[in-house]
Design a protein around this ligand. Structure first.
Ligand SMILES: C=C(O[C@@H]1C=C(C(=O)O)C=C[C@H]1O)C(=O)O
Length: 270
């Protein structure tokens, strides 16, 4: 059995709906993104939907094609919530579930607001108000529940990225650990699961809205129009730009090739 790990948030539900039926020879577990990255790095998983920055940091993973967690414009679930104007931020508490959004925030604060904040962790079970910092970075389901009147300044990092670069942002994709063999039919199953999940979005939205205590229309909108699950040329362009910036900001090493399983290697110019 191939051991796979997927993100436990709402945005991933369409990628793993009826996964056991579609990929019977893959054993699937769910976790927050940062833990998936650790489990893949430590050999407890063979394939994982990891934060994109962790792909660059590992340097020796390959990619399963055609599937990602991406957005173009507002993403709704990755928010920097601040008590002070962004250019005055000195301290930020960082969602312990995140890796990529932390890197994205670091780049955007530096490039757009000339801010390099002191950071501390925001534990997974903490409420935002507990942090005592100027700002908090939250991702996933917890971010969708932040009400706009709780913080006077909220930066949607997906929106800010696309406004600045004109590109989509790729938060996560399926990465394969070195030495692991994924068969062509297993590879296909990950794509088939995405295609099946797309047809199930209304049912997923209805079920998940109840579970998370959020509005069903908001859930449906998020899954149908906000999160992109493909990994096409535009997403790859967005990922390449992010990689270049991550290198410039010292957040990732240079020279990591984007190797998509079953496709010719694409060398990256960073
Ligand atoms: C859009 C999101 O992307 C997530 C954010 C990640 C990160 O910050 O490391 C990783 C995986 C994605 O699921 C989200 O969860 O809200």
């Amino acid at each position: 059995m191939l051991r796979a790990g997927a993100v436990s948030y709402l945005n991933t539900k369409p990628l793993v709906c009826q996964f056991d039926r579609i990929a019977p020879d893959v054993e699937l577990s769910l976790e927050v993104p940062s833990r998936l990255a650790t489990e893949l790095a430590e050999g407890r998983l063979d394939v994982a939907l990891i934060p994109s920055i962790e792909f660059f940091r590992a340097g020796n993973y390959t990619i399963l094609p055609d599937v990602s967690i991406a957005s173009y414009g507002p993403v709704m679930s990755v928010k920097l919530c601040s008590r002070v104007p962004f250019e005055e931020i000195e301290t930020v508490a960082l969602d312990e579930g995140s890796r990529t959004s932390i890197a994205l925030m670091t780049i955007l604060l530096d490039e757009l607001f000339d801010v390099v904040p002191l950071t501390s962790p925001l534990p997974l079970d903490a409420t935002l108000g507990e942090s005592g910092t100027d700002a908090v970075l939250v991702i996933g389901d917890r971010a969708m529940n932040v009400l706009n009147d709780q913080y006077p300044y909220i930066l949607d990092l997906g929106y800010e990225w696309s406004r600045w670069t004109g590109l989509p942002f790729v938060f996560a994709f399926w990465a394969v650990a070195p030495g692991v063999e994924v068969t062509p039919s297993q590879r296909q199953a990950f794509i088939e699961a995405k295609e099946f999940g797309r047809t199930q979005v209304p049912a997923i939205a209805s079920e998940e809205a109840k579970r998370l205590g959020i509005d069903e229309i908001q859930c449906l909108y998020y899954l149908q129009h906000v999160i992109r699950h493909d990994f096409g040329p535009e997403e790859q362009q967005g990922l390449t730009r992010f990689y270049e910036l991550a290198c410039q900001h010292g957040l990732a090493p240079k020279g990591v090739p984007f190797v998509f399983q079953g496709q010719p290697t694409v060398a990256q110019g960073c």
